[in-house]
Design a protein around this ligand. Structure first.
Ligand code: ADP
Length: 477
């Protein structure tokens, strides 16, 4: 994964700043060296002129006097060379004892001073020279001044820059990081809000900062996009709700008409069979339409729920009773156990959820199998766990079975007649009650569906019992 944008921004900013500072530092050092050398030249050139004029006019004593007067700098020296480059006289620093110019340089010199840098006995000097004529003989006067003070100044500034550069970079990195963090804060907040917006609560919007910049523009664009998505989702939910609602009446009419037709005695056996199978299909369609309507209402947050004390243990017992024939037909034993488990909510809807779960457990258990429906209480929570010894649900699909129209094995569930909406409804209803539902593996095989809801006090005077209040057995055992 790439580093966060603020890290990359700070790194780029630092790299750029380091280049700029290195460039500026190099320029300052070079400029300082050049300026200080110029200053040395400005005093060395007239000094050489003066020594050369004095020597040309009055000879060696004047050369000495003038040198002593004008070469006051630390480590300065002067000398007179004959045309072959030998030293005739010298003054000052010991470097002037030997020729300060090479023999090849002397013939090219004229009466105007020529100036250059050079190394004399390992030290850095500025050397100026010009030709003079004394008693008809061409000679060369050389003066030199040490560049050590220039080098020292340049070195000191270089050290200062080398110390200041990392410190400045460090301070800039901290400030850059802080600025980048501040700049990214509204975006981080937007990401947090956008991540929390799911299909269940499309109503939320990201906060638009009170600025007129790109971040505010992005927030407005995201909100407009969410508006459009919500319009589409709302329209789709309304379509499902309206269609389901419209289908309810004709289906109920069809069912009544089929019931009336089936009551007639003169029906031939094949006609009766067709009518009975049609009625079964109509029943199934009515159940699916009811399920779709429940889900559409839950999506619109308009699922109406009663708020009354509900004993989940009693609801489970009732569900088992209603599915007794169904369980017997499958040859599955259904066992209920556990203490009363009081919560508050809608008994009809919760009863429907439990019937769905027990119905699934029976449907998916093999003949001779066993389903256990156990109510339980815990701290602040009550619930029911339905265990079967059917094929179970692969771990990777345990979340997906709660999706609408999801079936693990389509061919098998087609035979069992499921629509794939039962568990989606169970989740919607349980969550609307502030609870949760999950499936786990049952031991040694099969699945264990658990619904958990907030606990509520039992209505009426408190009863002193802890043992199971009922134990119900249904089906074949
Ligand atoms: P259906 O109407 O198809 O039973 P559900 O939403 O109730 O729809 O269940 C979704 C799918 O979850 C089922 O088709 C089935 O594949 C799987 N399922 C549900 N309950 C069980 C169970 N007790 N054992 C194994 N698989 C189950």
């Amino acid at each position: 994964m790439n580093a966060p944008i603020r890290v990359r921004m700070t790194a780029w900013y630092l790299a750029l700043l380091a280049c700029v500072m290195a460039g500026v530092g190099a320029f300052v050092i070079l400029r300082l060296g050049a300026d200080l050398t110029d200053a040395t030249d400005r005093s060395l050139r007239p000094a050489l002129d003066q020594i050369a004029t004095g020597y040309a006019r009055e000879g060696f004593p004047e050369f000495h006097d003038q040198s002593a007067t004008v070469l006051a700098d630390e480590r300065a020296g002067s000398q007179i060379l004959d045309p072959s480059g030998r030293v005739l006289r010298s003054y000052g620093d010991p470097v002037s004892i030997t020729p300060m110019l090479g023999p090849r340089d002397t013939p090219h010199l004229g009466a105007r001073p020529v100036i250059a840098s050079g190394r004399l006995k390992g030290s850095h000097f500025r050397i100026a020279a010009e030709a003079v004529t004394r008693k008809g003989q061409r000679q060369v006067v050389v003066a030199a001044a040490s560049l050590a003070p220039v080098d020292r100044s340049v070195h000191r500034v270089l050290i200062l820059l080398l110390l200041a550069l990392p410190a400045a970079l460090l301070a800039t990195a901290a400030a850059g990081w802080w600025l980048a963090r501040r700049a990214m804060l509204p975006i981080d907040r937007m990401i947090g809000t956008a991540e929390a917006i799911g299909p269940a609560d499309l109503r939320d919007r990201v906060a638009v900062p009170a600025t007129r910049d790109e971040v505010a523009h992005l927030a407005r664009t995201l909100n407009t996009m969410l508006d459009r998505i919500q319009l589409g989702v709302d329209a789709q939910q309304r379509l499902v709700a309206d269609t389901s609602h419209e289908l309810r009446t004709p289906l109920a009419t069809m069912r009544t008409e089929l019931d009336v037709s089936l009551r007639a005695d003169e029906l031939s056996p094949p006609a009766r069979q067709i009518l009975e199978s049609t009625r079964e299909e109509v029943d199934r369609m009515s159940a699916t339409v009811e399920d779709l309507l429940t889900l559409a209402r839950s999506d619109e947050h308009s699922l109406r729920l009663a708020d009354e004390p509900v004993d989940l243990a009693r609801l489970a017992a009732e569900a088992i009773e209603r599915l007794d024939t169904h369980a017997q037909r499958h040859g599955v034993a259904v066992i209920a156990e556990g203490p009363p488990a009081w919560t508050r909510g809608d008994a009809d809807r919760l009863g429907h959820v439990l019937r769905n779960l027990v119905d699934n457990a029976v449907k998916f258990s093999p003949a001779g199998g066993r389903v256990t429906v156990r109510s339980w209480t815990a701290v602040g929570e009550v619930g029911v766990t339905i265990e079967d010894d059917g094929p179970g649900i692969p771990e990777e699909l345990r979340e997906r079975v709660f999706d609408r129209f999801f079936r693990v094995d389509r061919s098998r569930t087609r035979m069992t007649g499921g629509s794939g909406l039962g568990l989606a409804i169970a989740r919607a209803v349980v969550e609307a009650h502030g609870g949760h539902i999950a499936v786990q593996r049952s031991q040694p095989r099969g699945s264990a569906f658990t619904i958990a809801l907030p606990a509520a006090p039992a209505p009426g005077p408190p009863r002193a019992h802890a043992a199971p209040v009922f134990s119900h057995r249904a089906g074949r055992s």
